[in-house]
Design a protein around this ligand. Structure first.
Ligand SMILES: Cc1ncc(C[n+]2csc(CCOP(=O)(O)OP(=O)(O)O)c2C)c(N)n1
Ligand SMILES: [Mg+2]
Length: 365
């Protein structure tokens, strides 16, 4: 980091600590800190806490491996990494069974893995291979694994919100014990279909949980310049009969607590809810690089959020609570590294789809 950037980061951090920095209402850092109160957390068992830690670490190490491999140019699809945003999928999925369904958008690796998606099939999909979870035709933005209830990701912004609500409507019609979770970003809430879907879900009291990962940006546009000051995303639910809550999306235990209420409520006939989780993307919007030089966000802001690393903070907390030991952490890391190595080898050694498979799984025009 150049000396002037280092001074900028230090000044920002000191100013923040001294309370000299006032963040605009509705943006993440301030609201997230407000929700750090540990007394509001419903304690999970030690077993669940360890499982959540391991899964967050796994998502982080997978994403870091993809970032390292991407420059080899063998992964040719646009790839949106979720480093920094590991807590939402893990805290939410802790309450989901195989029968429950997940829908999501372009930044979906964490959602797929936390729901039980196969890592080898995901890596093969990124490498465009026949053994990929979408037979190598979709790439990173079109993951799907029906066997574990991961119904799919699609990059058309907000498009899976209405499909997820349709699946919740089907669950109601079938009398199935099934909850649907739809993940999307703050940018997707600016699409009309977000409101239409919430209205339908709220009117019909459908078993769906809307999870908004508010990372403060839509590509390079900050939330503050896109939406009116003071309007909170979770409050948009109220207009549609959808219960709304907000919490620190970098704290997996807060996510776990909020998701428990929402998923159990939906399962017990309590209707839909929207959970807004305040979090932050570390890498560039699409790809493995650092984009703080582009001017739409600065290195100081990123440094503040990196100091609130969801994986490292949780590791420290579990070590302090003596739920996790350094030896167990090291075992987790080694196991995950070897799983990743095998998944990448599987992907690289798999064949590409045959040319005559081009029109398979495509509806005739
Ligand atoms: C209908 C549509 N419009 C525009 C885009 C281009 N686009 C891709 S990602 C994105 C921003 C998404 O922001 P957000 O929903 O906050 O998700 P994040 O990338 O921050 O995770 C946009 C505008 C798109 N994919 N689909
Ligand atoms: Mg966003």
């Amino acid at each position: 980091m150049p000396w002037f950037a280092a001074i900028g980061v230090a000044v920002t951090i000191i100013a923040y600590r001294l309370g000299l920095v006032v963040y605009p209402a509705g943006t993440g850092l301030q609201a997230g800190v407000k929700n750090m109160d540990m007394e509001t957390i419903t304690p999970a068992t030690a077993e669940v806490r360890l499982a959540m830690y391991r899964q967050m670490l796994r998502i982080r190490l997978v994403e870091e491996a993809i970032a390292r491999l991407y420059p080899e140019q063998e992964i040719r699809c646009p790839t949106h990494l979720c480093i920094g945003q590991e807590a939402p999928p893990v805290g939410v999925s802790a309450h989901l069974g195989t029968q429950d369904l997940v829908f999501t958008g372009h930044r979906s690796h964490g959602h797929y893995l936390a729901k039980g998606g196969d890592l080898g099939a995901m890596m093969a999909e990124l490498y465009g291979r026949e053994t990929g979870c979408a037979h190598g035709k979709g790439g990173s933005q079109h993951l799907i694994d029906l066997a574990c209830g991961f119904m799919g990701s699609a990059p058309i912004l907000a498009s899976t919100i209405s499909v997820g609500v349709g699946a919740a409507w089907a669950a109601r019609m079938d009398g199935a014990d099934r909850v649907v979770v739809v993940y999307f970003g703050d940018g997707a809430t600016e699409q009309g279909v977000f409101h239409e879907s919430m209205n339908f879900a709220g009117t019909n009291r459908l078993p769906v949980v809307f999870v908004c990962e508010n990372n403060l940006y839509s590509v390079h546009s900050a939330l503050d310049i896109r939406q009116p000051a003071g309007r909170e995303i979770h409050e948009l639910g109220a207009a549609h009969g959808v219960h709304g809550v907000v919490g620190d999306g970098n704290d997996v235990e807060i996510v776990h607590t909020l998701a428990k209420e929402a998923v159990e409520g939906a399962r017990d006939g309590g209707g839909p809810s929207i959970i807004e989780l305040l979090t932050y993307r570390w890498m560039e919007h699409c790809g493995p690089g650092d984009d703080t030089g582009l001017g739409y966000r600065d290195a100081g802001e990123l440094a503040e959020w990196r100091a609130r690393d969801p994986v490292a903070c949780y590791r420290r907390r579990l070590l302090e609570m003596q739920i996790l030991s350094q030896a167990v952490h090291d075992d987790y890391s080694a196991e995950i590294d070897s799983e990743i190595e095998q998944a990448v080898a599987f992907a690289k050694n798999s064949p590409f789809p045959e040319p005559d498979a081009l029109d398979h799984f495509v509806y005739p025009g």
